[in-house]
Write a new protein. Structure first.
Length: 453
């Protein structure tokens, strides 16, 4: 059709051109050719239309055949659906009957099934958290499958449950060694030899370790305990037939973790802060003075004893020798003057003999007062924390309360030995002075007898 219209358009254009050129020579042959071309195009278009119409009719027949086949298939599927629906209903009835038969056939086995599932479910947590699982992992998987089972357990599964319980009981009574990966505090993981003490403790050559059941990993304690809990080396080096003293943790590491939070003596001392350091310095100073004075008095006592044995030859390296020298220098004096001279000599020796005794006494008195000062400061800081943060978190106040209590304890701890040292030094100095007084009195008495004679 497009070609036909195109021909009409060309003819019209030629006609218009011919009408516009009425004075030109008419081209008859060109018009004939155009007419012939239009006729041929008309015949060609008719053939094409007939071909397309035939193709449409053929496609219509094919589509009708497909439609009929689809209707037959739909009817067949509907019939099959009805049959399957009827069969499903029948299967439901049969299934209900079989379930009743199964319940009747199980009898007491149903109770056993419940017991097995409950026992397996209860044991999963304890088995996973057990220290035996650090050496023998994967034991809880069998219990988990039994706890989640929907059918009766088989004989093999019942045996697996029995073996799991029996293994836990047997291994809990053993001390065994095995190689395992142990996480370090630095984050590294190294393979170490681990000693398992029943179901209580895990130890390595570096100390106690604990089993993290959630991550299924052996991890170290943040801080190793000391004292009676530190007997790890004796256990590691012990032979199989040897008995050693060892502390066990029935909580599988919980008590050990709590013990790591306990402050050591050094940590408690640091809790005393500045006041505690001052009290410690006073204790050290007092003890040092006491030791020096005791050594000096022992030396002086030895020299005095040696001088007593050689009273006729006074030596000025000791107090008694210096007093005897005074006597020898004043033999011609009367008794009263000689007594005064000797008393004067003793008074000169007394400060050197009693040197440091009062300082120790003062330090012994100052130490508990400083402890009381630390207590007051700690309580002031405690009430300040309560004012700022309230009483919701006791940890905020714990540090200040520790300051108050530790300084009090340090003050008393420092005062007690200082008082004892003061008593010892003072007693020793009085003993030396008593010897000097005794020897002086003896000299005066001897001189008085000579005068009477």
């Amino acid at each position: 059709m497009k070609k036909l219209f195109k021909g009409f358009a060309v003819a019209a254009a030629l006609t218009v051109s011919a009408g516009a050129a009425l004075n030109a020579h008419a081209n008859t042959e060109a018009l004939d050719k155009i007419l012939e071309q239009v006729k041929q195009n008309r015949i060609s278009e008719g053939k094409i239309n007939k071909q397309r119409e035939q193709e449409f009719l053929n496609d219509r027949a094919d589509k009708q055949a497909l439609l009929n086949k689809a209707k037959r298939d739909l009817a067949a599927e509907k019939a099959r659906g009805d049959r399957l629906n009827e069969q499903f209903k029948q299967n439901e009835i049969t299934l209900a009957e079989k379930e009743v038969e199964l319940e009747n056939a199980k009898g007491t086995l149903g109770e056993m099934f419940g017991v097995v599932r409950r026992s397996a479910a209860d044991a999963i947590g304890s088995i996973e958290a057990s220290l035996v699982s650090a050496e023998k992992p994967g034991r809880a998987e069998v219990l988990r499958s039994l706890a989640e089972a929907k059918e009766l357990p088989t004989t093999r599964e019942l045996e697996d449950l029995w073996i799991a319980f029996q293994t836990e009981m047997t291994e809990s009574a053993k001390v065994s060694k095995f190689e395992a990966e142990v996480a370090e505090l630095s984050g590294d993981v190294n393979v170490k030899e681990v000693t398992r003490v029943g179901n209580f403790n895990l130890v390595t050559k570096d100390g106690y370790v604990i089993y993290d059941a959630e991550n299924k990993q052996i991890v170290p304690l943040g801080k190793q305990p000391g004292g009676e809990l530190g007997g790890v080396a004796s256990l590691i080096g012990a032979s199989a037939d040897q008995y050693v003293k060892f502390a066990v943790d029935p909580t599988r590491g919980s008590l050990l973790q709590l013990n790591t939070q306990r402050a050591t003596m050094e940590e408690r001392w640091h809790q005393g802060d500045t006041v505690g350091y001052i009290i410690t310095a006073l204790l050290i100073l007092g003890a040092l003075i006491a030791v020096i004075r005791m050594l000096d008095l022992f030396i002086v006592s030895g020299k005095i004893k040696a001088q007593i044995k050689n009273a006729n030859n006074p030596n000025t390296n000791n107090p008694l020798g210096r007093i005897l020298k005074v006597y020898h220098d004043n033999k011609d004096q009367d008794v009263e003057n000689l007594e005064l001279k000797l008393d004067e000599a003793i008074l000169r020796e007394t400060p050197r003999i009693e040197m440091g005794v009062n300082i120790i006494k003062i330090l012994a008195a100052i130490a508990p007062l400083l402890g009381l000062l630390g207590t007051v400061v700690g309580m002031i800081m405690t009430f300040e924390s309560i004012t700022l943060y309230g009483t919701g978190d006791p940890k905020i106040m714990a540090g200040n309360i520790s300051l108050a209590l530790v300084t009090t304890a340090l003050g008393l701890i420092a005062a007690l030995p200082l008082i004892l040292l003061h008593a010892v030094v003072a007693g020793r100095s009085k003993a030396v002075l008593h010897i000097l007084d005794e020897q002086s009195a003896g000299i005066v008495a001897a001189h008085a007898e000579k005068e009477k004679a």
